[in-house]
Design a protein around this ligand. Structure first.
Ligand code: 1HN
Length: 372
């Protein structure tokens, strides 16, 4: 720099001219483009289940899926992202909504490029059909409707059924890659076998002699039962625990050994009474749902107290640690964008290196419904 002496006025003219021609000086802006660590606008947030449930039930009185709407869903809006006009964003990549289906109702078949996972919160007797294969849903189950698959929902039971929809809405939007298509009919042609993929591939162990199972995506399994996950978590040895996540399992695709869904990762963790995990942070973001138990999660120094049914946002690159304050095991289900970060070679994590790996709590989050 400083090869020739320019007057202030000359420099001002130079920079103004450059700007008018939509050019920019990297010598000023490199630090904004290539930050030393991840920079983002995703704030953590927490929603109480009793509020969400109420709003979903009222939607049950207002509209009917398949008639008034494609789906009856109350979604989680991260307020920090709405400020940027990002409607339906939980994190910069992930969306979460709570879908309600009443007895006898259905939600018609469609397909899209977003990948989706469902986690059943309450009720039974409803199924999701994935490419025509019925997968019945019970509390605690995970159901996959991978990107581009035809899927529909139908409720044959007697009580309302609620489930979580998790999709990579933000990611697909950023990639300008959203496609959506309704099926030509209400339902995609149903296959005779029900729950086939759950049963046949329950351990990823069997195939028919003359069947070829191609390694890759989508997973041959569309439904993952809670009792299997629970069994695995309850039979984990002490030394198999993760220092940051406690007893934790990831749902996998048996043909790849990797994430069950190609783009949205899924995890169930169990925290025993008084268990307090150590803090770490990672590039991937996640949305949590409390299946069972009570406790809190400290996210970048802020305490998020949770109980059964609640949802909370874990932003990217934020220190977090979990605590079970109840006298029973706590089960936390979460979905994340880790598979994408890994595929793009962007995933990175680190432990908190001060205070023995625990954060100092500087504030406690007040849920919106108590904030009146
Ligand atoms: C979707 O296809 C479903 O199939 C639910 O139940 C929620 C949110 C955004 C985009 C697609 C469903 C959705 C969705």
């Amino acid at each position: 720099m400083g090869k020739k002496v320019y007057t202030e006025k000359e420099l001002e003219q130079y920079y103004d001219g450059m700007k008018k021609q939509h050019l920019g000086p990297l010598w000023y802006d490199l630090g904004h483009m290539v930050t030393k660590e991840p920079v983002h606008d995703v704030e953590p947030y927490l929603w109480k289940w009793k509020d969400i449930r109420e709003y979903a039930l009222t939607a049950g009185e207002i509209l009917e899926p398949g008639k008034d709407a494609e789906r009856r869903v109350v979604y989680l809006q991260n307020p920090s992202l709405l400020e940027r006009g990002l409607v339906g964003y939980g994190t910069h990549t992930l969306y979460a909504g709570i879908q309600l289906l009443l007895p006898g109702e259905f939600a018609p078949a469609h397909q899209h490029s977003q990948t989706a996972i469902r986690f059943i919160i309450e009720g039974e007797g409803a199924y999701t059909a994935v490419n025509g294969q019925k997968v019945y849903m019970e509390r605690g189950d995970l159901v996959l409707t991978p990107a581009w698959t035809w899927h529909e929902h139908k409720h044959e039971g007697t009580e309302p059924v609620f489930w979580l929809d998790g999709l990579d809405v933000g990611l697909v939007k950023t990639m300008a890659a959203s496609f959506f298509k309704p099926y030509e009919d209400k339902f995609y042609p149903l296959k005779p076998e029900e729950n086939y993929s759950n049963e046949a591939f329950a351990n990823g162990s069997f195939k028919k002699l003359n069947e070829t199972v191609e390694p890759g995506y989508p997973s041959p399994i569309f439904g993952y039962k809670f009792d299997r996950v629970e069994y695995l978590l309850n039979h984990m040895k002490e030394e198999e625990q993760d220092p940051y996540d406690g007893h934790a399992v990831e749902y996998t695709n048996p043909t790849t050994g990797k994430s069950a869904d190609s783009r949205v990762g899924t995890m169930m963790q169990k925290l025993t009474p008084n268990q307090h995990t150590q803090a770490h942070r990672h590039v991937h973001s996640a949305i949590y749902h409390v299946l069972e138990g009570e406790g809190y999660t400290v996210i970048d120094g802020q305490k998020f107290e949770w109980e059964k049914g609640d949802f909370f946002i874990l932003p990217p690159w934020s220190y977090h640690e979990h605590v079970n304050t109840g006298d029973t095991d706590a089960f936390l289900f979460s979905f994340n964008d880790k598979p994408v970060m890994e595929k793009l070679e962007l995933e990175f994590s680190e432990a908190l290196n001060e205070n023995n790996g625990y954060q100092k709590v500087t504030s406690t989050f007040l849920p919106e419904s108590l904030n009146v």
